[in-house]
Each structure stands twice: as C-alpha cells, then as structure tokens.
Design a protein around this ligand. Structure first.
Ligand code: BEZ
Ligand code: FE
Length: 290
C-alpha cells in the first residue's frame, strides 16, 4: 500500500501479516494494534507524548534485574495483571490474585504447624485452613508455596538483612488437607516507587500502598494451580490496593486468641505463649478440565 493514511493504517497493518501466521497470534496482534492506533487517534497523541511512552519502556528495561521486575510492576499498577487473573479465574475455586514480582522459587519445606516467624518482632499470627476440592473434600498432598514480607514491609529479595528464603515456605497437606503455620502478622507496604512505575503513580495522583496480605500458590495433582493472596478485613488499604488484587472472597478476619496451646490438636513449632491472632482460611481448587 502506497497511500497509507491515518484512517487506513490499521487495516494496512493487518494486510501486511503473512498467510501462514499462527491464527491466535494474528488475532492478538490485530486487536493489540487496532487498540493502539485507536488510542493514538482518540487522544491525538503528540510526538512528545509518544517519546515519553518510549522513555518509560526504556526506563523499565534499565532498572530490570533478577530481583527487580519493573515491567511486571507496570502491568500490576495498570491493572492488566489483575484483569488477566480475573479473565481466567474459575468461579468455583478461590479467586486468584496477583503473583507480584517477589515470589522466589525453591522455598524450604515448612512442615504443617511449622514456624516462619522465628525471632522477628511483631504480633504472632497462626494461619490455618483446609485445601479442598469444589465438593468440599480435603485434598491430601497439596503443596502450598507461602510468602510474605518481614515486619519492615520488605520481601527477602529486597532486603540484604534477610536470608534468601526468610518468610517463604513450602508446605504439603496431609490426609485432612490442613495447612497451618505460625508467622508474624503481615503489614501493609509500598510497591517499589523509585523507578519509572513510581513516576506513573505520581503522575496519576496515586499512592503505592498495598493492603497487608499472605501469598499462596496452591498446587495438587489433577487440579488447576491457584495463585492467590488473602487480606485482613480491617486493613486501611483494602479498598485502594494499588495493584487491584483484592476480591471479596479473599478477605479474612483475625480472631484474637489467648496465650496457650493451639486448640486444633497439633503441635506448632512457633510460640503462642503470648496472646496471638488466628486466621482460618480455606482454599478451594478446581480440577483440570478433561
Ligand atoms: C506483591 O504482593 O508482592 C506485589 C504485587 C504486585 C506488585 C508489587 C508487589
Ligand atoms: Fe505481596
């Protein structure tokens, strides 16, 4: 096409794609470019704004490291990660929620009843629940990859003062499907805002806070893996999570417990000698469709 115009350029783009293209790739590229062109026409995008967009992408690439995932963070604060989660969440299962950039693979085993708190300061929390199927049956042999920040609001990978796997654990359920561990009450924290994503947040008049939460990846043979997080109902940022991760069914309540042994009959390796908090939160997994 010689006579490319602002009105036909989208169709010209579609016409340039080859006949042997993967059909899904063609669908995705056509829609992506159509929306991008419509966006530029809608806002009458200027050269300066176009350059600012390219500089944003270059800025993300410049700060990207093994421990700093600025592109994921950009997707998170723009709501794209959560939208993709919601598009593929099963209505019968516990809702999924953002993975975020701080998950570290290879966490150490954490036996049922195990302790993640160690000697970190802060209120003790016992988190427990059943991993179950959509009929309510417990799932034996489910693995839970669990992580959270330390009381200073930093994940291990952000904080030289912590070991690689501090506040990370891998737990396997027994026949009763139960998981349980002692930890510290999670705190609300800010997503990294010293890079290009922080600039976008400030330009949009937004804050970088996330409500406090515990992260889980639940997996079991025959079931769809679930990436999720749970949030306490009294958190001040529950209605304004900067990465859009909160869903109604992921909100839980802490119970205040007196000092003493854990009432459900199994030993905890962490201490509950002081009054502590308890949360019960079941995770429902859906079977892989056949
Ligand atoms: C997190 O919860 O770890 C997280 C999620 C999205 C962006 C930053 C952090
Ligand atoms: Fe988090």
């Amino acid at each position: 096409m010689r006579n490319v115009t602002k009105d036909n350029i989208t169709d010209v783009f579609v016409g340039y794609m080859g006949p042997d293209m993967d059909p899904r790739m063609k669908e995705v590229m056509t829609s992506l470019v159509r929306h991008m062109h419509d966006f530029a026409r809608d806002v009458n995008l200027t050269h300066e704004e176009w350059r600012a967009g390219i500089a944003f992408l270059e800025g993300c690439a410049a700060v990207e490291t093994e421990d700093r995932h600025e592109f994921v963070l950009a997707s998170d604060v723009l709501g794209l990660s959560s939208l993709v989660d919601m598009l593929h969440s099963s209505p019968e299962a516990t809702s999924s929620s953002v993975l975020g950039p701080f998950h570290v693979a290879g966490a150490p085993d954490l036996p049922v009843g195990g302790d993640m708190k160690r000697d970190f300061p802060g209120p003790v929390l016992v988190a427990t629940g059943i991993v179950k199927d959509t009929d309510g049956n417990p799932i034996e042999g489910a693995t839970l990859d669990i992580w959270q920040t330390a009381p200073n609001g930093l994940y291990a990978s952000q904080d030289d003062a912590q070991d690689t796997y501090s506040f990370h654990g891998l737990q396997k359920t027994g026949a009763d499907g139960r998981y349980a561990f002692t930890t510290v009450k999670p705190v609300e924290y800010t997503v990294p805002s010293d890079g290009p994503v922080g600039d976008i947040l400030r330009a949009c008049g937004r804050h970088p806070w996330r409500p406090s939460h515990l992260h889980f990846i639940a997996e079991a043979p025959g079931f769809r893996p679930l990436v999720t997080e749970v949030f306490p109902d009294d958190d001040p940022y529950l209605d304004q999570d900067t990465v859009f991760g909160v869903r109604d069914d992921l909100v839980m309540s802490y119970q205040n417990m007196p000092a003493g042994s854990f009432p459900d009959g199994f030993a905890l390796s962490g201490s509950v000698d002081e009054p502590y908090l308890r949360v019960d939160f079941d995770l429902t997994l859906v079977r892989h469709s056949v």
